[in-house]
Design a binder for this molecule. Structure first.
Ligand SMILES: [Zn+2]
Length: 227
């Protein structure tokens, strides 16, 4: 493992004891287990390797383990859907701990690697672009990288395609499942056409001038073609 990752890992255990302190006063403190940290460790290391290889640079970040839906709501600043099981922003990734994962989400624990890879992907994306928007590229790329063998079927809808012209995709996320699939499909479409390096380079160019005009100039033609 490289140096940067070892540095991160020290930070991780600092943060772990902070969470422990926070949980101590709640009724859940006995659920806070070292094994949750060890479980995450293995997936996070793999997620880091996958994303570093994809983006080609290193990243320092913080980690939070979440134990209740209330805690997760607090992170999001509002009520979250039950399928929501992690986040990646402000240079921080957060996940439900393994020991509560199947109780507080409808998912089986075997999605943990994909979840960790997905959320960490967002931090790399945000470092590259300097923003979480264009949102459909952020989500599409995360799904693209989380599992190449993705079983997500290509989903395309003329009605929803118009949302892609907006960087925040406006109302598209009212139906999250469709929106994730649409984002993945659009990203895969561009990826198949121009390849990863050119795609990442477009994002780099966009990061230097994050205006709507520049966005449409760089990505508009791909959105128009996408079907
Ligand atoms: Zn995401």
């Amino acid at each position: 493992m490289n140096d940067i990752f070892d540095v991160l890992w020290e930070g991780f255990f600092e943060h772990y004891s902070e969470i422990k302190k926070f949980i101590l006063d709640s009724t859940l403190n006995e659920r806070m287990k070292e094994e949750d940290v060890q479980y995450l460790d293995k997936f996070l290391k793999k997620a880091y390797r996958i994303n570093k290889k994809f983006y080609g640079f290193d990243l320092k970040f913080k980690i939070k383990l979440i134990y209740t839906r209330k805690e997760m709501d607090k992170e999001f600043g509002g009520k979250t859907e039950s399928f929501l099981s992690g986040f990646g922003w402000d240079n921080t990734v957060g996940f439900f701990a393994k020991s509560v994962f199947e109780k507080v989400t409808p998912h089986k624990i075997d999605v943990y690697q994909d979840l960790v890879t997905h959320e960490l992907n967002h931090l790399f994306y945000q470092k590259l672009v300097g923003s979480h928007v264009p949102l459909w590229i952020q989500e599409g790329l995360a799904i693209y990288v989380e599992s190449k063998k993705s079983n997500l079927k290509v989903y395309y809808s003329e009605i929803e395609k118009k949302h892609l012209f907006y960087r925040d995709c406006k109302g598209m996320w009212k139906e999250p499942e469709k929106s994730y699939r649409m984002s993945y499909s659009a990203v895969k479409n561009i990826m198949d056409k121009i390849g990863k390096n050119k795609f990442l380079n477009l994002l780099k160019i966009y990061s230097k001038n994050r205006t709507k005009d520049n966005y449409l100039k760089l990505f508009g033609k791909y959105i128009k073609e996408f079907s």
